[in-house]
Design a protein around this ligand. Structure first.
Ligand code: AMP
Length: 396
């Protein structure tokens, strides 16, 4: 298989799918540059190896063609600084301007194409559109793990036009290596910690993890569907009644497989969804009428801490409570710190998904876990055991 390291880029034009879908403030400045930083090693290596580099990405979800607030020109300043060069820009990702700028692009130079999603053909996975992108270059590199679960023109379809000249970028390689380490090669005890709002988004993750893990910790809003399934009273906490049977099935399967499911024994409840609401800590299976659980309680934190600190492999996705509100962030902070401590003691820890990553960054623990994944949806689908189109397009 081609890799960036074994491929000869000399005199070649490389088109690289990156994920520059970064948040911008009202002045259109980049407020979190994690995704740009993550793409830099691939870009710099290609330049070093003599490639002319053409970058393509999406930004946001434009619905009806070009819109200034979704223009990738807003990332140029940041990119120039990180690459220490003047990045060229094409105002459309296909068409005459892009073609001309790509044709005259020299070795070591970088051209950024305008937002791919200004063309609806991108998300439709249109082969004609993919071909036009492909015609700009000699070799295709996919380094956009965040969109690897989409069969879009630039993430998957384009690869067919480079049967012998396609490869993963360094970020993609790193993401797959780290995920495979957890999913295929984990040291035991292996503990997965799942939280976040809903069971519906995570049930396939739970099902696929059950025959891999020793312990499954469930917190966040999703815990209440499980607690209700066990006959608990959850007041007006978030519950998906239609998934109660599914939750029962998962608990039954866990028992058969000898997997310990840890549900919080206590919860911090509030009388409204507000940081300044009245709050108290109660047993999680007897939440009073009119109250809702917004965080795990101290006893649960302590139980989870012990399980986490005794694990050799840890996978964390989803906050334990509504951590965006400081009064309901304690459980998430405790879990994040326990993961950091376990890592310090030698465990391997992988954290992924927008909110858990935001939590890890907020509490400055990003360097205290083994790996922070850049892909939310893509990571979850990979954990579900699905084939990611962006990965299959390079491997097959
Ligand atoms: P997800 O995108 O499914 O990982 O969910 C993340 C969101 O779940 C965050 O915005 C949290 O505020 C939210 N969340 C966590 N715990 C609870 C809870 N007990 N009730 C309602 N929402 C929650």
């Amino acid at each position: 298989m081609n890799t960036i390291d074994n491929y000869n880029f000399s005199g070649k034009k490389a088109i690289v799918r990156v994920d520059f879908n970064v948040p911008l403030n009202e002045q259109f400045e980049v407020t979190d540059d994690t995704r740009i930083r993550a793409a830099i090693p691939t870009i710099q290596k290609l330049r070093e190896k003599g490639a002319a580099v053409i970058l393509m990405s999406h930004l946001g979800r434009p619905k009806n063609g070009p819109e200034d607030r979704f223009s990738l020109k807003h990332v140029i300043k940041d990119l120039n600084k990180k690459l220490n060069t003047e990045v060229l820009f094409a105002n459309d990702c296909i068409g005459e301007e892009a073609r001309q700028k790509a044709t005259t692009l020299k070795a070591g130079e970088v051209l950024l194409l305008e937002n791919l999603r200004f063309h609806p053909e991108e998300t439709k996975g249109d082969a004609g559109f993919a071909k036009k992108l492909a015609q700009l270059a000699d070799v295709y590199v996919n380094d956009a793990f965040g969109t690897a679960h989409r069969a879009h023109a630039s993430t998957a379809i384009i690869a067919q036009f480079f049967p012998h000249d396609k490869m993963f970028g360094y970020l993609m390689m790193k993401e797959l290596e780290n995920l495979n380490k957890v999913l295929k090669n984990a040291d035991h005890p292996f503990t997965a910690i799942l939280g976040g709002a809903k069971v519906s988004g995570k049930i396939e993750v739970i099902n696929n993890l059950l025959d891999k893990v020793d312990n499954l910790i469930i917190g966040g809003g999703m815990m209440f569907t499980f607690i209700k399934a066990k006959g608990g009273n959850v007041g007006k906490s978030l519950v998906e009644d239609e998934l109660i049977e599914t939750a029962k099935d998962a608990m039954q399967k866990a028992e058969e497989l000898g997997v310990n499911i840890y549900l919080p024994e206590d919860a911090v409840v509030a009388d409204k969804f507000d940081n300044d609401a009245n709050q108290k800590c109660v047993p999680s299976n007897s939440i009073p009428e009119g109250w809702m659980g917004l965080d795990i309680g101290v006893e649960s934190s302590e139980t989870f801490r012990k399980v986490i600190e005794n694990s050799a492999t840890l996978l964390w996705n989803g906050p334990m409570g509504v951590f965006e509100m400081d009064n309901f962030a304690e459980g998430t902070i405790d879990v994040a710190q326990a993961i950091a401590r376990a890592t310090e003691k030698g465990a391997y820890s992988l954290v992924g998904g927008g909110d858990s990553v935001a939590a890890i960054n907020k509490y400055h623990l990003e360097n205290k876990v083994s790996y922070v994944s850049t892909g939310g949806g893509a990571m979850l689908e990979y954990i579900e055991g699905k084939t990611l189109p962006g990965v299959a397009a390079i491997e097959n």
